[in-house]
Design a protein around this ligand. Structure first.
Ligand code: NAD
Length: 311
């Protein structure tokens, strides 16, 4: 297969490129580096099955040659990033998705959308099944991301229904691991970087809000299987093991052996109180479930950040 991956220089896009390459496929990576890092794909330089295009997918996009898949992963993804780039976030979810869908249509390629658990907003149903419609504030600060992804899902389903296009939608739940940026503001990277820099770990609120954290290798395997043999309905891919943010902070302190302390800060607006995927669909359809424990995944991520911070 020859696939286009938008957002290929990002955290997930780069791991996903590796996964396709490992199975012998060819990858065209596309990225404008708004939140990506060239180092994430530096190891692919010189690989004859890799091409890279520096381009903004929210503008007119042309790719030469045949394509079997278009995987749209480009988007600022952490709260720090989408609050800094609110309009670019809305554009890449709307115009970027439209351009990526148009390209897939022209090439008769399968289209794959990276959506998010944020489409469920601050959920009133717990755990979240794919049939839940969500509880999103469209005009709050996080609305730029949540609504862009909801629009992207609607557009993907419209192409599926109107053009009969082969499409997939993955709802990704919090994923962590090597190649996250130290300053991306996500909770796992925040805690690890703070602990390794001998700073107190900042918890927003009292830390009783829950999250489910999926290690990147598990997430990417689920995404890859969904692309290869899923169907067009949205599918949750994430780790259903739920932890409070305080438990995560305590684990990071234990595993970094830094004796760091914890400080509480004010809770941001519209911060979801709970988050846990129901992954029955993925289990049944793809035979997939996460295999890496939080302790193991956090240990590997600490090793990564130790090497990054030592540079
Ligand atoms: N990491 C997670 O926990 C998570 C959770 C839910 C959804 N997602 C989704 O997965 C995708 C990847 O997220 P990530 O964590 O790898 O984030 P990331 O910021 O590391 O990667 C996104 C990449 O997209 C690129 N990009 C953004 N706008 C672009 C544009 N207009 N044109 C070209 N490239 C552009 C960025 O430069 C970056 O390399 C995103 O769509 C995100 O919404 C991620």
């Amino acid at each position: 297969m020859r696939v286009l991956i938008t957002g290929a220089a990002g955290f997930l896009g780069s791991h996903l490129s590796d996964r396709f390459l490992a199975d012998g496929h060819s990858v065209i990576g596309l990225d404008n580096f708004i939140t990506g890092n060239p180092e994430n794909i530096a190891h692919l330089a010189g690989n004859p099955r890799v091409e890279f295009v520096r381009h903004n997918i929210s503008t007119y996009t042309y790719v030469a040659g045949p394509l079997d898949g278009v995987l749209h992963f480009a988007s600022p993804a952490s709260p720090v990033d989408y609050l800094e780039h609110p309009i670019a976030t809305l554009k890449v979810g709307a115009l970027g998705t439209h351009n990526a869908l148009g390209l897939a249509l022209a090439k008769k390629a399968r289209f794959f959308l990276a959506s998010t658990s944020e489409v469920y907003g601050d959920p009133l149903e717990h755990p979240q099944t794919e049939s839940y419609w969500g509880n999103v504030n469209p005009i709050g600060p996080r609305g730029v991301y949540d609504e862009a992804k909801r629009f992207a899902e609607a557009m993907t389903m419209a192409y599926h229904r109107y053009h009969g296009m082969d499409t997939r939608i993955v709802r990704i739940f919090n994923t962590y691991g090597p190649r996250m940026r130290p300053n991306d503001g996500r909770v796992v990277s925040n805690f690890i970087v703070q602990a390794l820099s001998n700073q107190p770990l900042t918890i927003y609120g009292d830390g009783s809000q829950t999250r489910s954290f999926c290690y990147v290798a598990d997430e990417v395997e689920g995404i890859y299987r969904l692309f290869m043999r899923g169907d067009n309905n949205p599918t949750n891919i994430g780790n259903p093991n739920e932890f409070t943010v305080r438990q995560l902070a305590e684990l990071v302190i234990e595993l970094t052996r830094t004796g760091a302390t914890i400080v509480e800060r004010e809770l941001p607006v519209d911060d979801p109180k709970v988050r846990q995927p129901d992954i029955r669909r993925a289990r049944e359809m793809l035979g997939w479930e996460p295999a890496v424990s939080l302790r193991e995944g956090v240990t590997r991520t600490i090793e990564y950040f130790r090497s990054v911070l030592a540079r």
